[in-house]
Write a protein that binds this ligand. Structure first.
Ligand code: ADP
Ligand code: MG
Length: 255
């Protein structure tokens, strides 16, 4: 992405997602330590770091799939509620794409995409179908609409998972290592869809070690280790001149 399209997010606006002093334990394990992080509208944030550093927990906390022990998480100015209808509404604002595609195995590709809008948003089936087909087209799998998930390749299934998340018209999309379960030849077809979304101005949090994606699409890279944000920088600076020894060590292992 060139510098003009990178600057689509407006730093003068309140952040779309704001984590303040967030802490999370699993028993004795302190997995998120005083996390303070703001994501602006239209910003693409890449989160990188060693296995076990808390990246997935961070994503799951933003989507309220995990509770937090202290601190606050706000999405579009609203604090994440505990439960109930408000939580369902808020969750619809936050789309999530996982490493494992998690499609509904016994539904067609199109049904996978239309189910949420119909059930959660009360959309009419015909309107949901039109939306679903247009999203399947956007991710390049419209010809697969009537197939079952198992008939698709991993890369196609992951693109359907992206379309399914987009069907809820989320304000922010979270991607947790979306390409790490894919065969190498399928990685780019998924990353290309994500780069397209980024260019369209979607606010995105992407946990990935794909440096090419970060360089092409990210506004900012956050490096996590041991439950802490150790370093943050623009992608070029982070990958060419990491400051912390932890980031230097990590990059020397993955590059
Ligand atoms: P990452 O995504 O960076 O690899 P995670 O957020 O998955 O890290 O995990 C952070 C730490 O929390 C790890 O030590 C992991 O084993 C632990 N952990 C994650 N989920 C649970 C859970 N549900 N119960 C107990 N420990 C967990
Ligand atoms: Mg993880």
């Amino acid at each position: 992405m060139d510098d003009t399209s990178r600057s689509t997010h407006d730093a003068g606006q309140p952040p779309l997602v704001r984590l303040t002093d967030v802490n999370k334990h699993f028993g004795a394990l302190h997995v998120l330590k005083d996390i303070n992080l703001s994501i602006q509208r239209g910003e693409v944030l890449v989160v990188i770091g060693p296995s076990g550093s808390g990246k997935s927990t961070l994503c799951r906390a933003i989507n309220r799939l995990e509770t937090i022990d202290s601190g606050t998480i706000e999405v579009d100015g609203k604090q994440l509620p505990e439960e109930g209808k408000a939580l369902a509404t808020l969750r619809a604002d936050v789309g999530m794409v996982f490493q494992s595609f998690n499609l509904f195995a016994h539904k067609t590709i199109l049904e996978n995409v239309t189910l949420g809008p119909i059930k959660v948003k009360g959309m009419k089936p015909q309107a949901a179908k039109e939306l679903g087909l247009s999203l399947l087209e956007r991710v390049g799998v419209e010809s697969q609409a009537q197939k079952m998930p198992a008939q698709l390749s991993g890369g196609q299934q992951q693109r359907v998972a992206i379309a399914r998340a987009l069907a809820m018209q989320p304000k922010v999309m979270l991607f947790d290592e979306p390409t790490s379960a894919l065969d190498p030849e399928m990685i780019n077809e998924v990353l290309d869809v994500m780069v397209g979304l980024a260019k369209d101005g979607m606010t995105m949090v992407v946990v990935t070690h794909e440096m090419g994606f970060a360089r092409k699409a990210a506004h900012r890279v956050v490096f996590m280790a041991d439950g802490q944000i150790v370093e943050e920088a623009d992608p070029e600076t982070f990958f060419t001149a990491p400051k912390s020894t932890r980031a230097q060590d990590f990059l020397s292992k993955i590059l």
